[in-house]
Design a protein around this ligand. Sequence first.
Ligand code: SF4
Length: 483
Amino acid sequence: MWLCIYLSCSDTIPYFPKKSDIIGNVILSVSEESQWDPSQKPRDDKNTMSSFFSFSFGCRVNEAEKVTLDKKLLEMGFLWSEKNPDFYIINSCAVTGKAEREVRQHIYQIRKKFPKTKIVVTGCAATNWVKNSLMVQGVDLLIQNSDKQSIPRRLMCHPEPRIKVRGKLREGSSPDVRQDAPQDSSPDLIGIRMTSKPYSPDITNYYDKFLHSGRLMVKIQDGCDRFCSYCIVPYLRGKPKSKRIAKIIAEIQSYAQSCHSRSNPLRLSETSRESREKNLDSRLRGNDRKKLNNDINILNEVILTAINTGCFGKDTGETLIELIDAILKQTSVPKISFGSIHPWSITDEFLEYYRSILPTNRFIPFFHIPIQSGSNTILKLMNRGYTIEEIYRKLKEIKKINPDTFIGTDIIVGFPGETEKEFQETYEFLQKAPIDKIHVFRYSPRPGTTAEKFKKIYDESTPEEKRRRAKMIIEIKSKANNI
Ligand code: SF4
């Protein structure tokens, strides 16, 4: 049995474009009618519904936020639709200029594909555009990170739901069992408002979309106060905010009870199965009941995501160790893993805890630790707050505790101040460090960050130089794998 947590941060995608890439082709415009009034009274028409689709760019925190938003909208009665949805919600990324460009391209494509769909963009790129009073053509509504919570209400306030439903929706229906059919429902409409045949094999239940592998991303923390000199995230996500452990546990339990899939065998824990069956018994009878039983499945893996794991609990007085312990003790999720766990979280106490939970077999031995450089000079310029000697000791210790632990990292090449000497230090560190996988990124400045100003002090490496260094680092692991 395994239990798995992913913790992600902008550390994981640090490729930076030139300044001209950032603002370049952002166009200042927004359609008048698109600015629907969020203070308007939400629609209270039980015979209409709207459909939505959502898409997430960037880190796992964004993905986790998307999952939460999707669940909320479905609970409110919105339909999931891949074809021509009423609302298309994009959770955007701005960690690099390239990421922003991809968001703009996506908006352009969606606008072309679904001319009448309302496009709602939130996330870091949206926040960046709002802060700079920019608007991308084709967007109907931009919502900053700090205002994300308002999305469901804003969508409810939109005056034009396009799908009519037959009959009245039952008050108090649970999200996954509603029996009123949309009059014009098409196979692409996936959702909680099902036809009179709940759980028909012809209808993909929404939860299959993100739980097809039984893996769930849960956001445990947002924001960052580390202010690594190259990173724009603290400006866009604000101060660190941690979710309370009790809330995270409740979230996991809620998903565990909601999810079911046709592809995997029935493995629901007795407690959650009993409560789910009790919950559904009053609504389903006969064949529908039998079919549902075959569809129920367990949540296999919890992937905890954070902008910076090092900030988890700073504001609540709780710790990462307490969180993992609570998940292990209070849920039956078989797996937890760490995706990105940041260097500041790997304390001696944490390593001791890692050793102690190995026998549970629920903790996936996978650590993605974004180190960013193997040169102390560059780490200092990046404001990372650790030395390469400290990191080396921690990596060795992890492997000593469990030699099967897989360790991955991110490295930025061509950071301002990185001469051949500093690059060689990184290269040599990576050759000897017990790291199994390296993601390499070529530095490019992000407007508004401290490192952007370094160009006045240091000569920047040429693009060819950055390419050469990146290639050399990639080859370290390919050579090692060929041995
Ligand atoms: S500033 Fe925070 S979010 Fe950005 S790279 Fe550093 S730790 Fe990660």
